[in-house]
Design a binder for this molecule. Structure first.
Ligand SMILES: [Zn+2]
Length: 309
């Protein structure tokens, strides 16, 4: 009888559904996806390596097979993955996710995590005047610690939409992630309290969200425009501007060259902080939290001369 009852219970239980197969464009989205997905999702890593320039990720043939077999792809959007995502979606021929000139990806498997994020530097009208790379506003919102919770909510919503049977699990994991993020964000806000109003520049225009979080006032970039390398005239003018405005900090994203940055520091006395634009870009930045922590630590240390704790 006991055996029969067990058999009946087994028959009544739903067949064990295969785990969702998920890819992320960048490593920290894969990290958040693992935390939200838990046991119900198989996160198969990221397409970009953390050390690359997100605007110039090289497409590797293995991406096509991985994308073809995936149930979902998680991406930042705003065309920041333009160098690799549309081409890969075309080549992968996966009916769950097709390329789209405006929305980047269309289909049930597309999880755009920019939904609900307050996008900065949004142009009034679509224009390429700021260079070719940021036509829909600043797409580097993964460098804003404040955006982690919304990204996580979007991933949970995406998983619940594709796999409603496990929606309760995703909500539970999201709650745990948010509970972990709240004290972190509060702690980080303390770290950066002394940075408010400090003038700074970055190499690429990817620090808008970091500026919002830290209070740093980013007044210019080493690049002439996003994606356009500096010219001698631009650098001369930049030195004058940095001196006139008393710029204290130069943020160099680790994938950009050091020579120009060191020269600018010599000319102006500004300190250099190196940041990563994706997880795995710098040592010990494997996760979303570790990436934010490392970037903030490097910046605070460069400006104040001591590490926050
Ligand atoms: Zn950019």
């Amino acid at each position: 009888m006991i055996f029969a009852a067990a058999l009946l219970a087994a028959l009544a239980a739903p067949a064990h559904a295969a785990k969702l197969k998920v890819l992320a464009t960048i490593p920290e989205l894969a990290d958040i996806a693992s935390q939200i997905g838990g046991d119900d999702v198989d996160v198969q890593g990221s397409l970009a390596r953390g050390t690359e320039d997100i605007h110039q990720v090289v497409m590797r043939p293995s991406f096509v097979t991985r994308l073809n077999r995936a149930d979902a792809v998680i991406y930042l959007g705003l065309t920041v993955e333009h160098s690799f995502l549309p081409g890969l979606l075309d080549a992968a021929v996966n009916p769950k996710m097709r390329t789209d000139p405006i929305r980047e990806c269309v289909g049930p498997g597309c999880i755009d995590v920019s939904e609900g994020v307050q996008i900065l530097e949004k142009p009034e009208t679509l224009s390429r005047a700021e260079g070719e790379l940021h036509p829909y506003g600043n797409p580097h919102y993964n460098l804003g610690p404040q955006n982690g919770p919304q990204i996580a909510r979007n991933i949970a919503a995406g998983f619940s939409r594709i796999d409603p049977a496990h929606a309760a699990d995703y909500q539970k994991n999201l709650k745990a992630f948010l509970a972990e993020m709240d004290p972190k964000i509060a702690e980080w806000r303390k770290w950066v309290a002394s940075l408010k109003g400090v003038k700074a520049i970055s190499y690429h225009k990817d620090v808008a969200y970091l500026g919002k979080f830290t209070g740093l006032d980013f007044i210019d970039t080493v690049e002439f425009k996003p994606g356009v390398p500096p010219t001698p005239t631009h650098l001369e003018r930049l030195v004058e501007e940095m001196k006139a405005q008393n710029v204290k900090l130069i943020v160099r994203e680790q994938h950009f060259e050091t020579k120009t940055v060191e020269w600018l520091a010599e000319q102006t006395g500004a300190k250099i902080a190196v940041i990563g634009v994706m997880a795995n870009s710098l040592p010990d930045t494997k996760t979303w939290v570790k990436l934010q922590e490392k970037n903030l630590k490097n910046i605070v240390t460069a400006v104040t001369g001591k590490e926050p704790s």
